[in-house]
Design a protein around this ligand. Structure first.
Ligand code: APR
Ligand code: PHB
Length: 389
């Protein structure tokens, strides 16, 4: 088998890259180790920057998004028991779209199937080979048979635990990491959202987030310790703890109900540099992780694959490698700004450690400043709606 680009991983990064390349007339095959249902079963953040929406429009998969997404022009920040509105639209002129990542993935999978593009699911022992030479390939085992796909380039879109980053020699890659000493306990329920915008709450007992998927489905998170077990959190305990952390108005309007899903996720910041080794290009979670506080994971994957698809288009159409050579630097410049923002939002809103009165006072001072300074509100706003790409 042969194609121009083998994409490893069928998450949002791999799927969007596949559609962008197809639009530029570049053949691609996706090799994925799981199946469709497993991928669609994962619950991830659902806030899309305008730039991400534009890319989805560009590849023709935004019809359902435009019908169903909720357009948000701000967020609420709650601290010291009071809720404050941050209006992004007023300071940046831009909005975000609240649309579940599962829906984005579904729309991209449907478009890929409609275009007749090949995705190989259930691929075992996937391996990028010859990445430092002129003839790379990707091998894997399918139904007990060894298969090899020859290609010009390999896109490693296989997430944080994927094989792509790991096959880069240790001396050719540098990683930067921060692991936070807490996690998020998430709950999904078929209940109406508590407010018209997302509420990010700083509370002495820990961070809380009220998010949503639609006007009938809500997503909530509570900061929890890393040794917490999800089995110890009955729905009733979750709702009680959430009520404890919310502002009075949110507490009164909160509608509780049975959980559809509950899980604990650790928080991590991670970047691998460079995002290229020979014929292998990393994109999305394979190259970087952000804590979810800034809702940047999917949006960063989108900007990576935008840069990569442009560079590959230029390579095939204009016989120039200049943009491929510049890909890593260009992508990382945006990645680090989103890393900074996600780290800052996380540091501002979470309970850091016991008896750390100093940090607590700094957080409150910064939140107070945010609400009193248009420049500070604007800085938050322009990062939340997404820096240009
Ligand atoms: N071989 C083939 N596929 C693999 C391998 C492997 N060795 N390892 C992982 N994969 C697949 C996973 O099964 C998954 O479907 O790669 C895909 C990676 O998808 P994501 O983890 O979603 O990563 P990415 O597409 O970069 O996501 C970008 O979306 O899912 C979120 O948290 C993610 O917000 C981030 C954004
Ligand atoms: C979510 O809806 O899951 C979500 C929203 C915003 C975030 C993180 C998660 O910052």
């Amino acid at each position: 088998m042969r194609t121009q680009v083998v994409i490893i991983g069928s998450g949002p990064a791999g799927l969007l890259l596949g559609q962008l390349l197809h639009q530029h007339g570049i053949d691609n095959i996706i090799v994925e180790r799981q199946d469709r249902d497993y991928i669609l079963g994962r619950i991830r953040a659902g806030v899309l920057e305008g730039g991400t929406v534009q890319l989805l429009e560009q590849v023709g998969v935004a019809q359902r998004l435009h019908r169903e997404a909720l357009i948000h022009s701000g967020i609420y920040l709650t601290f010291a028991g009071q809720r404050h509105a941050i209006d992004f639209k007023a300071v940046t002129g831009r909005t975000v779209a609240v649309y579940g990542q599962t829906e984005v993935t579904q729309d991209l999978m449907d478009a890929r199937a409609a275009a007749g593009l090949q995705t190989i699911y259930h691929a075992k022992d996937v391996r990028p080979n010859g990445i430092n030479g002129a003839h790379p390939n990707v091998s894997f085992v399918q139904d007990g048979r060894e298969v090899t796909i020859d290609c010009d380039f390999i896109a490693g879109c296989d997430g944080f635990h994927g094989v792509s980053r790991q096959c880069i020699p240790e001396n050719a890659i540098r990683t930067f990491e921060r692991v936070y000493p807490f996690g998020w306990l998430g709950l999904l329920s078929d209940t109406p959202p508590v407010a018209d915008e997302l509420i990010y709450t700083r509370h002495e007992r820990g961070f809380a987030l009220c998010s949503m998927r639609s006007m009938t489905r809500s997503r909530y998170y509570l900061q929890c310790s890393l040794d917490e077990r999800v089995e110890d959190w009955s729905d009733a305990r979750f709702w009680d703890e959430l009520k404890c952390r919310l502002d009075p108005e949110a507490r009164d309007s909160l509608v509780t109900g049975p959980s559809l899903e509950k899980s604990i996720a650790p928080l991590r910041s991670f970047v691998a540099e460079p995002m290229r080794f020979g014929k292998l290009f990393l994109a999305g979670d394979a190259a970087h992780i952000v804590p979810p506080t800034g809702a940047k994971g999917l949006n960063l994957a989108a900007s990576d694959v935008h840069y990569l698809s442009q560079a590959l288009r230029e390579y095939y159409a204009e016989k120039s490698s200049a943009s491929l050579d510049g890909y890593s630097q260009k992508a990382l410049a945006r990645v680090w700004k989103a890393e900074r923002f996600s780290w800052w939002m996380t540091s501002l809103l979470h309970r850091m450690s016991e008896n750390d009165g100093f940090t607590e006072r700094l957080q409150l001072a910064e939140l107070d400043y945010l609400m009193s300074s248009q420049a500070a509100t604007c800085a938050l706003g322009e990062n939340y709606v997404g820096l240009p790409f």
